[in-house]
Design a protein around this ligand. Structure first.
Ligand code: FAD
Ligand code: NDP
Length: 522
Protein backbone atom coordinates (compact mmCIF):
# COMPACT_ATOMS: atom_id res chain seq x y z
CA UNK A 1 0.00 0.00 0.00
CA UNK A 2 2.87 2.35 0.83
CA UNK A 3 4.41 1.74 -2.59
CA UNK A 4 1.03 2.40 -4.20
CA UNK A 5 0.65 5.67 -2.31
CA UNK A 6 4.13 6.81 -3.30
CA UNK A 7 3.49 5.99 -6.94
CA UNK A 8 0.17 7.85 -6.84
CA UNK A 9 1.94 10.89 -5.39
CA UNK A 10 4.43 10.67 -8.24
CA UNK A 11 1.62 10.58 -10.78
CA UNK A 12 -0.14 13.46 -9.05
CA UNK A 13 3.06 15.49 -8.98
CA UNK A 14 2.91 16.02 -12.70
CA UNK A 15 -0.50 17.74 -12.68
CA UNK A 16 -0.52 21.40 -13.63
CA UNK A 17 -2.88 22.90 -11.08
CA UNK A 18 -4.13 26.48 -11.21
CA UNK A 19 -5.77 28.45 -8.50
CA UNK A 20 -9.11 29.89 -9.66
CA UNK A 21 -7.53 33.37 -9.98
CA UNK A 22 -4.71 32.07 -12.19
CA UNK A 23 -7.15 29.97 -14.15
CA UNK A 24 -8.83 33.16 -15.40
CA UNK A 25 -5.69 34.00 -17.33
CA UNK A 26 -5.34 30.49 -18.63
CA UNK A 27 -8.97 30.50 -19.71
CA UNK A 28 -8.30 33.43 -22.01
CA UNK A 29 -5.30 31.66 -23.49
CA UNK A 30 -7.23 28.44 -23.98
CA UNK A 31 -10.11 30.23 -25.66
CA UNK A 32 -7.81 31.98 -28.06
CA UNK A 33 -5.92 28.78 -28.83
CA UNK A 34 -6.41 27.70 -32.41
CA UNK A 35 -6.25 24.08 -33.60
CA UNK A 36 -2.78 22.67 -32.97
CA UNK A 37 -2.22 25.01 -30.03
CA UNK A 38 -4.69 23.29 -27.74
CA UNK A 39 -3.47 21.19 -24.81
CA UNK A 40 -4.62 17.83 -26.16
CA UNK A 41 -5.70 16.10 -29.34
CA UNK A 42 -8.37 14.33 -27.31
CA UNK A 43 -9.92 15.07 -23.93
CA UNK A 44 -12.16 12.39 -22.46
CA UNK A 45 -14.59 13.35 -19.70
CA UNK A 46 -15.35 10.25 -17.62
CA UNK A 47 -12.95 7.45 -16.72
CA UNK A 48 -15.40 4.57 -16.93
CA UNK A 49 -15.75 1.69 -19.40
CA UNK A 50 -16.23 3.82 -22.51
CA UNK A 51 -13.98 6.75 -21.65
CA UNK A 52 -10.95 4.68 -20.67
CA UNK A 53 -11.24 2.47 -23.76
CA UNK A 54 -11.43 5.51 -26.03
CA UNK A 55 -8.53 7.31 -24.32
CA UNK A 56 -6.24 4.27 -24.38
CA UNK A 57 -6.97 3.54 -28.04
CA UNK A 58 -6.28 7.17 -29.04
CA UNK A 59 -3.01 7.11 -27.10
CA UNK A 60 -2.02 3.83 -28.83
CA UNK A 61 -2.56 5.68 -32.10
CA UNK A 62 0.04 8.21 -30.98
CA UNK A 63 -2.22 11.07 -29.89
CA UNK A 64 -1.89 13.37 -26.92
CA UNK A 65 -4.73 12.39 -24.64
CA UNK A 66 -6.14 13.38 -21.24
CA UNK A 67 -8.87 11.77 -19.13
CA UNK A 68 -10.74 13.56 -16.38
CA UNK A 69 -12.71 11.49 -13.92
CA UNK A 70 -14.42 12.46 -10.71
CA UNK A 71 -16.76 10.48 -8.50
CA UNK A 72 -19.35 12.46 -6.62
CA UNK A 73 -20.03 10.45 -3.44
CA UNK A 74 -23.46 8.83 -3.22
CA UNK A 75 -26.02 10.61 -0.99
CA UNK A 76 -25.13 7.96 1.58
CA UNK A 77 -21.45 9.00 1.33
CA UNK A 78 -20.04 6.00 -0.58
CA UNK A 79 -17.07 6.89 -2.77
CA UNK A 80 -14.76 4.91 -5.03
CA UNK A 81 -11.87 5.18 -7.47
CA UNK A 82 -11.09 5.25 -11.19
CA UNK A 83 -12.87 2.89 -13.56
CA UNK A 84 -16.50 4.01 -13.54
CA UNK A 85 -19.70 2.17 -12.71
CA UNK A 86 -18.80 -1.29 -13.99
CA UNK A 87 -15.61 -1.64 -12.00
CA UNK A 88 -16.74 -0.01 -8.76
CA UNK A 89 -20.49 -0.26 -8.33
CA UNK A 90 -21.67 -2.45 -11.19
CA UNK A 91 -20.64 -5.55 -13.15
CA UNK A 92 -17.54 -6.49 -11.16
CA UNK A 93 -18.69 -6.37 -7.52
CA UNK A 94 -22.10 -7.64 -8.65
CA UNK A 95 -20.68 -10.70 -10.42
CA UNK A 96 -18.43 -11.48 -7.46
CA UNK A 97 -21.34 -11.30 -5.02
CA UNK A 98 -23.42 -13.40 -7.42
CA UNK A 99 -20.58 -15.93 -7.33
CA UNK A 100 -20.57 -15.82 -3.53
CA UNK A 101 -24.28 -16.64 -3.58
CA UNK A 102 -23.85 -19.44 -6.15
CA UNK A 103 -21.18 -20.99 -3.93
CA UNK A 104 -23.80 -21.29 -1.19
CA UNK A 105 -25.84 -23.48 -3.53
CA UNK A 106 -22.80 -25.58 -4.41
CA UNK A 107 -22.02 -26.06 -0.70
CA UNK A 108 -25.55 -27.41 -0.28
CA UNK A 109 -24.97 -29.74 -3.26
CA UNK A 110 -21.60 -30.90 -1.94
CA UNK A 111 -22.76 -33.61 0.53
CA UNK A 112 -24.63 -35.30 -2.33
CA UNK A 113 -21.29 -35.60 -4.10
CA UNK A 114 -19.62 -37.11 -1.04
CA UNK A 115 -18.17 -34.00 0.61
CA UNK A 116 -18.67 -34.10 4.31
CA UNK A 117 -19.66 -30.50 4.93
CA UNK A 118 -21.42 -29.72 8.20
CA UNK A 119 -24.63 -27.86 7.34
CA UNK A 120 -25.71 -25.11 7.56
CA UNK A 121 -22.59 -23.16 6.59
CA UNK A 122 -22.82 -19.54 7.78
CA UNK A 123 -21.85 -16.65 5.49
CA UNK A 124 -19.75 -13.70 6.62
CA UNK A 125 -20.76 -10.54 4.69
CA UNK A 126 -17.86 -8.56 6.14
CA UNK A 127 -15.29 -11.02 4.78
CA UNK A 128 -16.93 -11.21 1.36
CA UNK A 129 -17.29 -7.43 1.08
CA UNK A 130 -13.69 -6.83 2.05
CA UNK A 131 -12.43 -9.34 -0.52
CA UNK A 132 -14.63 -7.86 -3.26
CA UNK A 133 -13.65 -4.31 -2.34
CA UNK A 134 -9.96 -5.21 -2.36
CA UNK A 135 -10.31 -6.63 -5.84
CA UNK A 136 -12.09 -3.46 -7.00
CA UNK A 137 -9.31 -1.33 -5.50
CA UNK A 138 -6.73 -3.36 -7.39
CA UNK A 139 -8.65 -2.63 -10.60
CA UNK A 140 -8.70 1.11 -9.76
CA UNK A 141 -4.97 0.98 -9.40
CA UNK A 142 -4.56 -1.07 -12.59
CA UNK A 143 -6.46 1.56 -14.58
CA UNK A 144 -4.21 4.33 -13.27
CA UNK A 145 -1.11 2.35 -14.18
CA UNK A 146 -2.44 1.60 -17.66
CA UNK A 147 -3.14 5.28 -18.31
CA UNK A 148 0.32 6.19 -17.05
CA UNK A 149 2.00 3.51 -19.20
CA UNK A 150 0.18 4.76 -22.29
CA UNK A 151 1.07 8.38 -21.46
CA UNK A 152 -2.54 9.40 -21.01
CA UNK A 153 -2.79 12.31 -18.54
CA UNK A 154 -5.28 11.61 -15.77
CA UNK A 155 -6.92 14.38 -13.78
CA UNK A 156 -9.10 13.58 -10.79
CA UNK A 157 -11.37 16.58 -11.35
CA UNK A 158 -15.03 17.23 -12.00
CA UNK A 159 -15.39 18.66 -15.48
CA UNK A 160 -17.73 21.26 -16.92
CA UNK A 161 -17.58 22.98 -20.29
CA UNK A 162 -16.31 26.56 -20.53
CA UNK A 163 -16.70 26.66 -24.29
CA UNK A 164 -16.76 24.14 -27.10
CA UNK A 165 -13.04 23.39 -26.90
CA UNK A 166 -12.38 24.08 -23.22
CA UNK A 167 -13.27 22.28 -20.03
CA UNK A 168 -12.82 23.44 -16.45
CA UNK A 169 -11.91 20.76 -13.94
CA UNK A 170 -12.48 21.25 -10.24
CA UNK A 171 -10.63 19.01 -7.77
CA UNK A 172 -11.92 17.85 -4.41
CA UNK A 173 -10.21 20.73 -2.57
CA UNK A 174 -11.61 23.33 -4.98
CA UNK A 175 -8.50 23.76 -7.13
CA UNK A 176 -9.28 24.39 -10.78
CA UNK A 177 -7.64 23.49 -14.04
CA UNK A 178 -8.50 24.47 -17.60
CA UNK A 179 -7.96 21.95 -20.36
CA UNK A 180 -8.44 22.49 -24.06
CA UNK A 181 -8.61 19.89 -26.80
CA UNK A 182 -9.35 19.53 -30.48
CA UNK A 183 -11.76 16.66 -29.83
CA UNK A 184 -13.76 16.04 -26.67
CA UNK A 185 -15.53 12.80 -25.74
CA UNK A 186 -18.23 12.82 -23.07
CA UNK A 187 -18.44 9.46 -21.29
CA UNK A 188 -19.86 10.41 -17.91
CA UNK A 189 -22.28 7.48 -17.58
CA UNK A 190 -25.17 7.65 -15.14
CA UNK A 191 -26.12 7.33 -11.50
CA UNK A 192 -28.97 5.54 -9.73
CA UNK A 193 -32.24 7.37 -9.52
CA UNK A 194 -34.14 7.91 -6.28
CA UNK A 195 -37.91 7.73 -6.60
CA UNK A 196 -39.70 11.05 -6.58
CA UNK A 197 -42.61 11.51 -4.19
CA UNK A 198 -41.56 8.80 -1.73
CA UNK A 199 -41.08 10.38 1.66
CA UNK A 200 -37.82 9.29 3.28
CA UNK A 201 -36.45 7.74 0.07
CA UNK A 202 -33.21 9.72 -0.01
CA UNK A 203 -32.77 9.85 3.75
CA UNK A 204 -33.16 6.17 4.50
CA UNK A 205 -32.70 4.26 1.25
CA UNK A 206 -29.53 3.10 -0.47
CA UNK A 207 -28.82 2.22 -4.10
CA UNK A 208 -26.45 0.06 -6.11
CA UNK A 209 -23.87 2.81 -5.48
CA UNK A 210 -23.79 1.68 -1.84
CA UNK A 211 -24.73 -1.99 -1.58
CA UNK A 212 -21.35 -3.36 -2.71
CA UNK A 213 -19.47 -1.10 -0.28
CA UNK A 214 -21.45 -1.90 2.86
CA UNK A 215 -19.16 -3.10 5.61
CA UNK A 216 -21.98 -4.89 7.43
CA UNK A 217 -24.68 -7.17 6.06
CA UNK A 218 -27.74 -5.22 4.88
CA UNK A 219 -29.94 -7.73 6.73
CA UNK A 220 -33.61 -7.99 5.82
CA UNK A 221 -33.85 -6.03 2.58
CA UNK A 222 -36.58 -4.54 0.45
CA UNK A 223 -35.48 -4.08 -3.17
CA UNK A 224 -37.70 -1.70 -5.12
CA UNK A 225 -37.71 -2.17 -8.92
CA UNK A 226 -37.86 -5.19 -11.18
CA UNK A 227 -35.20 -4.83 -13.83
CA UNK A 228 -31.54 -5.95 -14.14
CA UNK A 229 -30.24 -4.19 -11.00
CA UNK A 230 -33.19 -5.08 -8.79
CA UNK A 231 -33.37 -8.75 -9.69
CA UNK A 232 -29.62 -9.31 -9.68
CA UNK A 233 -29.20 -7.69 -6.26
CA UNK A 234 -32.25 -9.45 -4.82
CA UNK A 235 -30.90 -12.71 -6.25
CA UNK A 236 -27.53 -12.57 -4.57
CA UNK A 237 -28.93 -11.21 -1.30
CA UNK A 238 -31.34 -14.16 -1.14
CA UNK A 239 -28.53 -16.54 -2.09
CA UNK A 240 -26.43 -15.21 0.78
CA UNK A 241 -29.23 -16.16 3.13
CA UNK A 242 -30.84 -12.75 3.67
CA UNK A 243 -34.58 -12.23 3.93
CA UNK A 244 -35.20 -10.38 0.65
CA UNK A 245 -38.34 -8.88 -0.87
CA UNK A 246 -38.73 -7.37 -4.34
CA UNK A 247 -41.37 -4.69 -4.82
CA UNK A 248 -42.45 -4.70 -8.46
CA UNK A 249 -44.90 -2.13 -9.74
CA UNK A 250 -45.55 -3.73 -13.14
CA UNK A 251 -43.67 -6.45 -15.04
CA UNK A 252 -40.23 -7.97 -14.48
CA UNK A 253 -37.39 -7.14 -16.88
CA UNK A 254 -39.28 -4.76 -19.15
CA UNK A 255 -37.99 -5.05 -22.73
CA UNK A 256 -36.88 -8.67 -22.31
CA UNK A 257 -38.77 -11.72 -23.56
CA UNK A 258 -41.63 -11.94 -21.07
CA UNK A 259 -41.88 -15.73 -20.98
CA UNK A 260 -38.21 -15.87 -19.95
CA UNK A 261 -38.64 -13.00 -17.49
CA UNK A 262 -41.50 -14.81 -15.77
CA UNK A 263 -39.36 -17.92 -15.45
CA UNK A 264 -36.58 -15.80 -13.89
CA UNK A 265 -38.87 -14.47 -11.16
CA UNK A 266 -40.57 -17.87 -10.75
CA UNK A 267 -37.16 -19.40 -10.04
CA UNK A 268 -36.29 -16.60 -7.61
CA UNK A 269 -39.61 -17.00 -5.79
CA UNK A 270 -39.11 -20.76 -5.51
CA UNK A 271 -35.68 -20.13 -4.00
CA UNK A 272 -36.82 -17.77 -1.27
CA UNK A 273 -37.14 -14.25 -2.72
CA UNK A 274 -40.48 -12.71 -1.80
CA UNK A 275 -42.33 -10.62 -4.39
CA UNK A 276 -44.77 -7.79 -3.75
CA UNK A 277 -46.40 -7.47 -7.15
CA UNK A 278 -48.34 -4.43 -8.34
CA UNK A 279 -47.11 -2.35 -5.41
CA UNK A 280 -45.55 1.11 -5.25
CA UNK A 281 -43.87 2.59 -2.19
CA UNK A 282 -45.13 5.82 -0.65
CA UNK A 283 -43.11 6.32 2.53
CA UNK A 284 -40.04 5.14 4.41
CA UNK A 285 -39.56 6.09 8.05
CA UNK A 286 -37.11 5.09 10.70
CA UNK A 287 -38.53 3.36 13.78
CA UNK A 288 -37.04 3.92 17.24
CA UNK A 289 -35.22 0.56 17.03
CA UNK A 290 -33.45 1.69 13.83
CA UNK A 291 -35.51 -0.49 11.49
CA UNK A 292 -37.17 1.04 8.43
CA UNK A 293 -40.90 0.97 8.11
CA UNK A 294 -42.05 1.05 4.50
CA UNK A 295 -45.58 1.92 3.45
CA UNK A 296 -46.83 1.03 0.00
CA UNK A 297 -49.93 1.01 -2.12
CA UNK A 298 -51.13 -2.26 -3.56
CA UNK A 299 -52.40 -1.10 -6.95
CA UNK A 300 -54.48 -4.24 -7.53
CA UNK A 301 -56.47 -4.05 -4.29
CA UNK A 302 -56.12 -0.30 -3.67
CA UNK A 303 -55.10 -1.13 -0.10
CA UNK A 304 -52.15 0.17 1.84
CA UNK A 305 -49.47 -2.23 3.06
CA UNK A 306 -46.57 -1.85 5.48
CA UNK A 307 -43.48 -3.85 6.30
CA UNK A 308 -40.33 -3.47 8.34
CA UNK A 309 -36.88 -3.90 6.84
CA UNK A 310 -33.27 -3.25 7.82
CA UNK A 311 -32.38 -1.92 4.37
CA UNK A 312 -34.31 -0.40 1.48
CA UNK A 313 -32.51 -0.62 -1.87
CA UNK A 314 -33.83 1.58 -4.67
CA UNK A 315 -33.27 -0.01 -8.08
CA UNK A 316 -35.68 2.13 -10.05
CA UNK A 317 -33.45 3.07 -12.97
CA UNK A 318 -30.60 5.44 -13.66
CA UNK A 319 -30.18 9.06 -14.67
CA UNK A 320 -27.43 10.33 -16.98
CA UNK A 321 -24.62 12.32 -15.39
CA UNK A 322 -25.04 15.45 -17.52
CA UNK A 323 -26.21 18.05 -15.00
CA UNK A 324 -22.82 19.44 -14.01
CA UNK A 325 -21.29 19.42 -17.49
CA UNK A 326 -22.58 22.88 -18.53
CA UNK A 327 -23.40 21.39 -21.91
CA UNK A 328 -25.19 24.57 -22.94
CA UNK A 329 -21.84 26.43 -22.88
CA UNK A 330 -20.60 24.10 -25.61
CA UNK A 331 -23.93 23.86 -27.43
CA UNK A 332 -24.36 20.10 -26.92
CA UNK A 333 -28.00 19.02 -27.28
CA UNK A 334 -29.72 16.62 -24.88
CA UNK A 335 -33.08 14.90 -24.91
CA UNK A 336 -35.57 17.06 -23.00
CA UNK A 337 -37.18 13.91 -21.57
CA UNK A 338 -34.16 11.95 -20.41
CA UNK A 339 -31.35 14.56 -20.32
CA UNK A 340 -29.26 12.03 -22.22
CA UNK A 341 -26.98 13.32 -24.97
CA UNK A 342 -28.18 13.11 -28.56
CA UNK A 343 -25.66 11.69 -31.04
CA UNK A 344 -25.57 10.43 -34.62
CA UNK A 345 -24.24 7.08 -35.86
CA UNK A 346 -20.65 8.43 -35.55
CA UNK A 347 -21.32 9.24 -31.86
CA UNK A 348 -21.04 12.95 -32.77
CA UNK A 349 -23.17 15.36 -30.76
CA UNK A 350 -24.76 18.55 -32.09
CA UNK A 351 -21.21 20.01 -31.94
CA UNK A 352 -19.16 18.19 -34.59
CA UNK A 353 -15.90 17.78 -32.61
CA UNK A 354 -17.68 16.76 -29.37
CA UNK A 355 -18.71 13.12 -29.10
CA UNK A 356 -20.56 11.05 -26.51
CA UNK A 357 -20.45 7.32 -25.77
CA UNK A 358 -21.83 4.84 -23.26
CA UNK A 359 -24.65 5.19 -20.75
CA UNK A 360 -24.86 8.97 -21.09
CA UNK A 361 -26.13 8.67 -24.68
CA UNK A 362 -29.78 8.54 -25.67
CA UNK A 363 -30.95 5.20 -27.05
CA UNK A 364 -27.83 3.14 -26.40
CA UNK A 365 -27.75 -0.12 -24.44
CA UNK A 366 -26.43 0.56 -20.93
CA UNK A 367 -23.76 -2.13 -21.03
CA UNK A 368 -20.01 -2.11 -20.55
CA UNK A 369 -19.00 -3.94 -23.75
CA UNK A 370 -21.02 -1.56 -25.95
CA UNK A 371 -19.44 1.47 -24.24
CA UNK A 372 -15.97 -0.05 -24.66
CA UNK A 373 -16.43 -0.94 -28.31
CA UNK A 374 -18.01 2.41 -29.13
CA UNK A 375 -15.04 4.16 -27.48
CA UNK A 376 -12.42 2.14 -29.33
CA UNK A 377 -14.11 2.52 -32.70
CA UNK A 378 -14.51 6.25 -32.15
CA UNK A 379 -10.78 6.66 -31.45
CA UNK A 380 -9.97 4.59 -34.54
CA UNK A 381 -12.22 6.79 -36.69
CA UNK A 382 -10.78 9.99 -35.24
CA UNK A 383 -7.10 9.06 -35.35
CA UNK A 384 -6.67 5.76 -37.16
CA UNK A 385 -8.19 6.45 -40.56
CA UNK A 386 -11.03 3.99 -39.91
CA UNK A 387 -14.62 4.49 -40.98
CA UNK A 388 -16.07 1.54 -39.02
CA UNK A 389 -19.18 2.48 -37.06
CA UNK A 390 -20.41 0.84 -33.88
CA UNK A 391 -23.18 -1.64 -34.64
CA UNK A 392 -25.70 -1.73 -31.79
CA UNK A 393 -27.75 -4.50 -33.35
CA UNK A 394 -27.81 -8.02 -31.82
CA UNK A 395 -25.96 -7.05 -28.67
CA UNK A 396 -25.92 -10.06 -26.32
CA UNK A 397 -26.53 -9.62 -22.61
CA UNK A 398 -27.01 -11.67 -19.47
CA UNK A 399 -29.02 -11.00 -16.35
CA UNK A 400 -27.03 -12.53 -13.50
CA UNK A 401 -29.96 -13.71 -11.44
CA UNK A 402 -29.47 -16.96 -9.45
CA UNK A 403 -30.56 -18.85 -12.57
CA UNK A 404 -28.85 -16.72 -15.23
CA UNK A 405 -30.74 -15.47 -18.27
CA UNK A 406 -28.72 -14.81 -21.40
CA UNK A 407 -30.16 -13.50 -24.64
CA UNK A 408 -29.27 -12.06 -28.00
CA UNK A 409 -31.47 -10.71 -30.76
CA UNK A 410 -35.24 -10.42 -30.75
CA UNK A 411 -37.62 -11.55 -28.03
CA UNK A 412 -40.53 -13.71 -29.16
CA UNK A 413 -42.86 -10.69 -28.78
CA UNK A 414 -40.59 -8.45 -30.87
CA UNK A 415 -40.21 -11.10 -33.58
CA UNK A 416 -43.98 -11.57 -33.84
CA UNK A 417 -44.56 -7.80 -33.85
CA UNK A 418 -42.03 -7.32 -36.66
CA UNK A 419 -42.70 -10.36 -38.82
CA UNK A 420 -46.17 -11.60 -37.83
CA UNK A 421 -47.09 -14.77 -35.94
CA UNK A 422 -47.30 -16.86 -39.11
CA UNK A 423 -43.76 -16.04 -40.22
CA UNK A 424 -42.09 -16.86 -36.88
CA UNK A 425 -41.08 -20.31 -35.63
CA UNK A 426 -39.97 -20.80 -32.03
CA UNK A 427 -38.00 -23.91 -31.05
CA UNK A 428 -37.79 -24.63 -27.35
CA UNK A 429 -36.77 -27.11 -24.66
CA UNK A 430 -37.05 -27.61 -20.92
CA UNK A 431 -33.81 -29.33 -19.96
CA UNK A 432 -32.06 -30.56 -16.83
CA UNK A 433 -28.41 -29.66 -16.36
CA UNK A 434 -26.48 -32.84 -15.58
CA UNK A 435 -25.02 -31.19 -12.46
CA UNK A 436 -28.55 -30.83 -11.07
CA UNK A 437 -29.27 -34.57 -11.12
CA UNK A 438 -27.11 -35.92 -8.28
CA UNK A 439 -28.15 -33.29 -5.69
CA UNK A 440 -31.73 -33.52 -6.96
CA UNK A 441 -32.03 -29.85 -7.81
CA UNK A 442 -35.27 -28.67 -9.33
CA UNK A 443 -34.79 -27.72 -12.99
CA UNK A 444 -38.32 -26.49 -13.72
CA UNK A 445 -37.08 -23.13 -15.01
CA UNK A 446 -34.11 -24.36 -17.07
CA UNK A 447 -35.38 -23.46 -20.50
CA UNK A 448 -34.03 -22.46 -23.88
CA UNK A 449 -35.76 -21.05 -26.92
CA UNK A 450 -34.62 -19.99 -30.34
CA UNK A 451 -36.76 -17.55 -32.29
CA UNK A 452 -36.47 -18.04 -36.06
CA UNK A 453 -38.07 -17.00 -39.30
CA UNK A 454 -40.31 -19.82 -40.49
CA UNK A 455 -39.22 -19.63 -44.10
CA UNK A 456 -36.22 -21.90 -44.91
CA UNK A 457 -33.34 -21.77 -44.09
CA UNK A 458 -34.97 -20.16 -41.02
CA UNK A 459 -32.78 -17.22 -40.08
CA UNK A 460 -32.25 -17.11 -36.30
CA UNK A 461 -33.74 -13.88 -34.95
CA UNK A 462 -33.08 -14.43 -31.25
CA UNK A 463 -31.78 -16.86 -28.66
CA UNK A 464 -32.91 -17.00 -25.03
CA UNK A 465 -31.18 -19.24 -22.52
CA UNK A 466 -32.08 -19.69 -18.88
CA UNK A 467 -29.70 -21.84 -16.91
CA UNK A 468 -26.27 -22.09 -15.33
CA UNK A 469 -23.50 -20.04 -16.96
CA UNK A 470 -25.91 -18.35 -19.36
CA UNK A 471 -23.39 -15.60 -20.09
CA UNK A 472 -20.81 -18.12 -21.28
CA UNK A 473 -23.37 -19.99 -23.39
CA UNK A 474 -24.89 -16.88 -24.98
CA UNK A 475 -21.56 -15.25 -25.86
CA UNK A 476 -20.62 -18.09 -28.22
CA UNK A 477 -23.96 -18.32 -30.00
CA UNK A 478 -24.02 -14.51 -30.32
CA UNK A 479 -21.18 -14.76 -32.85
CA UNK A 480 -23.25 -17.03 -35.05
CA UNK A 481 -26.38 -14.94 -34.73
CA UNK A 482 -24.43 -11.77 -35.51
CA UNK A 483 -23.14 -13.51 -38.65
CA UNK A 484 -26.70 -14.39 -39.73
CA UNK A 485 -26.78 -18.07 -38.78
CA UNK A 486 -29.84 -20.08 -39.80
CA UNK A 487 -31.73 -22.72 -37.80
CA UNK A 488 -30.53 -25.28 -40.35
CA UNK A 489 -26.89 -24.36 -39.67
CA UNK A 490 -27.39 -24.51 -35.90
CA UNK A 491 -28.85 -28.01 -36.31
CA UNK A 492 -25.79 -28.99 -38.39
CA UNK A 493 -23.51 -27.95 -35.52
CA UNK A 494 -22.20 -30.80 -33.40
CA UNK A 495 -22.86 -30.42 -29.69
CA UNK A 496 -20.37 -30.66 -26.85
CA UNK A 497 -21.49 -33.35 -24.46
CA UNK A 498 -22.41 -33.19 -21.64
CA UNK A 499 -23.10 -29.44 -21.47
CA UNK A 500 -26.07 -27.12 -21.19
CA UNK A 501 -24.98 -25.36 -24.40
CA UNK A 502 -25.63 -28.48 -26.45
CA UNK A 503 -29.35 -28.06 -25.72
CA UNK A 504 -29.28 -25.18 -28.22
CA UNK A 505 -28.03 -27.33 -31.09
CA UNK A 506 -30.57 -30.03 -30.19
CA UNK A 507 -33.67 -27.80 -30.36
CA UNK A 508 -36.09 -29.89 -32.45
CA UNK A 509 -39.50 -29.13 -30.93
CA UNK A 510 -41.34 -26.09 -32.21
CA UNK A 511 -43.94 -24.31 -30.10
CA UNK A 512 -46.33 -24.55 -33.03
CA UNK A 513 -46.19 -28.37 -32.91
CA UNK A 514 -47.61 -28.36 -29.40
CA UNK A 515 -45.34 -31.30 -28.51
CA UNK A 516 -43.86 -31.59 -25.02
CA UNK A 517 -40.50 -29.77 -25.09
CA UNK A 518 -39.09 -31.57 -22.05
CA UNK A 519 -35.71 -33.11 -22.83
CA UNK A 520 -35.59 -36.74 -21.78
CA UNK A 521 -32.56 -39.02 -21.74
CA UNK A 522 -29.04 -37.67 -21.95
P1 FAD B 1 -19.38 4.88 -16.37
O1 FAD B 1 -18.71 3.57 -16.27
O2 FAD B 1 -20.51 5.14 -15.46
O3 FAD B 1 -18.24 5.99 -16.15
C1 FAD B 1 -18.51 7.37 -16.08
C2 FAD B 1 -17.45 8.03 -15.23
O4 FAD B 1 -17.52 9.44 -15.42
C3 FAD B 1 -17.66 7.79 -13.74
O5 FAD B 1 -16.45 7.46 -13.11
C4 FAD B 1 -18.19 9.13 -13.24
O6 FAD B 1 -17.92 9.34 -11.88
C5 FAD B 1 -17.43 10.08 -14.15
N1 FAD B 1 -18.02 11.41 -14.27
C6 FAD B 1 -19.32 11.74 -14.32
N2 FAD B 1 -19.47 13.07 -14.45
C7 FAD B 1 -18.22 13.59 -14.49
C8 FAD B 1 -17.70 14.90 -14.61
N3 FAD B 1 -18.50 15.96 -14.74
N4 FAD B 1 -16.35 15.08 -14.60
C9 FAD B 1 -15.51 14.03 -14.45
N5 FAD B 1 -15.96 12.76 -14.33
C10 FAD B 1 -17.29 12.54 -14.36
N6 FAD B 1 -23.01 -3.90 -17.72
C11 FAD B 1 -22.62 -5.07 -18.25
O7 FAD B 1 -22.24 -5.10 -19.43
N7 FAD B 1 -22.61 -6.22 -17.51
C12 FAD B 1 -22.99 -6.25 -16.22
O8 FAD B 1 -22.98 -7.30 -15.59
C13 FAD B 1 -23.42 -5.03 -15.63
N8 FAD B 1 -23.79 -5.00 -14.35
C14 FAD B 1 -24.17 -3.82 -13.79
C15 FAD B 1 -24.57 -3.82 -12.46
C16 FAD B 1 -24.99 -2.65 -11.88
C17 FAD B 1 -25.42 -2.66 -10.42
C18 FAD B 1 -25.00 -1.44 -12.62
C19 FAD B 1 -25.44 -0.16 -11.98
C20 FAD B 1 -24.59 -1.43 -13.95
C21 FAD B 1 -24.19 -2.63 -14.55
N9 FAD B 1 -23.79 -2.67 -15.88
C22 FAD B 1 -23.41 -3.86 -16.43
C23 FAD B 1 -23.80 -1.46 -16.72
C24 FAD B 1 -22.37 -0.88 -16.86
O9 FAD B 1 -21.80 -0.70 -15.58
C25 FAD B 1 -22.43 0.47 -17.59
O10 FAD B 1 -23.13 0.27 -18.80
C26 FAD B 1 -21.05 1.01 -17.90
O11 FAD B 1 -20.29 1.19 -16.74
C27 FAD B 1 -21.18 2.36 -18.64
O12 FAD B 1 -19.91 2.88 -18.92
P2 FAD B 1 -19.72 4.44 -19.23
O13 FAD B 1 -18.32 4.58 -19.69
O14 FAD B 1 -20.81 4.92 -20.09
O15 FAD B 1 -19.92 5.18 -17.82
P1 NDP C 1 -34.14 -0.01 -15.59
O1 NDP C 1 -34.42 1.34 -16.10
O2 NDP C 1 -33.84 -1.10 -16.55
O3 NDP C 1 -35.39 -0.51 -14.70
C1 NDP C 1 -35.96 0.26 -13.71
C2 NDP C 1 -36.93 -0.59 -12.89
O4 NDP C 1 -37.44 0.18 -11.83
C3 NDP C 1 -38.12 -1.09 -13.68
O5 NDP C 1 -38.49 -2.36 -13.21
C4 NDP C 1 -39.19 -0.03 -13.36
O6 NDP C 1 -40.49 -0.53 -13.47
C5 NDP C 1 -38.87 0.25 -11.91
N1 NDP C 1 -39.29 1.58 -11.46
C6 NDP C 1 -38.99 2.76 -12.02
N2 NDP C 1 -39.49 3.77 -11.28
C7 NDP C 1 -40.12 3.20 -10.22
C8 NDP C 1 -40.82 3.71 -9.12
N3 NDP C 1 -40.99 5.02 -8.94
N4 NDP C 1 -41.34 2.85 -8.23
C9 NDP C 1 -41.19 1.51 -8.39
N5 NDP C 1 -40.52 0.96 -9.42
C10 NDP C 1 -39.98 1.80 -10.33
O7 NDP C 1 -32.98 0.18 -14.55
P2 NDP C 1 -31.87 -0.68 -13.86
O8 NDP C 1 -31.32 0.25 -12.86
O9 NDP C 1 -32.33 -2.01 -13.40
O10 NDP C 1 -30.78 -0.92 -14.99
C11 NDP C 1 -30.18 0.15 -15.70
C12 NDP C 1 -29.34 -0.41 -16.81
O11 NDP C 1 -28.10 -0.90 -16.29
C13 NDP C 1 -29.96 -1.59 -17.53
O12 NDP C 1 -30.78 -1.17 -18.59
C14 NDP C 1 -28.76 -2.35 -18.00
O13 NDP C 1 -28.44 -1.99 -19.33
C15 NDP C 1 -27.64 -1.96 -17.07
N6 NDP C 1 -27.32 -3.14 -16.25
C16 NDP C 1 -26.82 -4.25 -16.86
C17 NDP C 1 -26.61 -5.40 -16.14
C18 NDP C 1 -26.09 -6.62 -16.84
O14 NDP C 1 -25.61 -6.52 -17.96
N7 NDP C 1 -26.18 -7.80 -16.24
C19 NDP C 1 -26.88 -5.47 -14.73
C20 NDP C 1 -27.40 -4.24 -14.16
C21 NDP C 1 -27.61 -3.13 -14.93
P3 NDP C 1 -41.36 -0.38 -14.83
O15 NDP C 1 -40.95 -1.49 -15.74
O16 NDP C 1 -42.76 -0.50 -14.35
O17 NDP C 1 -41.06 0.97 -15.42
Amino acid sequence: MAAMAAALRALGGRFRWRTPAVAGGVRGAARGAGAGQRDYDLLVIGGGSGGLACAKEAAQLGRKVAVVDYVEPSPRGTRWGLGGTCVNVGCIPKKLMHQAALLGGLIRDAPHYGWEVAQPVPHDWRKMAEAVQNHVKSLNWGHRVQLHDRKVKYFNVKAGFVDEHTVRGVAKGGKEILLSADHIVIATGGRPRYPAHVEGALEYGITSDDIFWLKESPGKTLVVGASYVALECAGFLTGLGLDTTVMMRSIPLRGFDQQMSSLVTEHMASHGTRFLRGCTPSQVRRLPDGQLQVTWEDCTTGKEGTGTFSTVLWAVGRVPDTRSLNLEKAGVDTSPNTQKILVDSREATSVPHIYAIGDVVEGRPELTPTAVMAGRLLAQRLFGGSSALMDYDKVPTTVFTPLEYGCVGLSEEEAVARHGQERVEVYHAHYKPLEFTVPGRDASQCYVKMVCLREPPQLVLGLHFLGPNAGEVTQGFAVGIKCGVSYVQVMQTVGIHPTCSEEVVKLRISKRSGLDPTVTGC
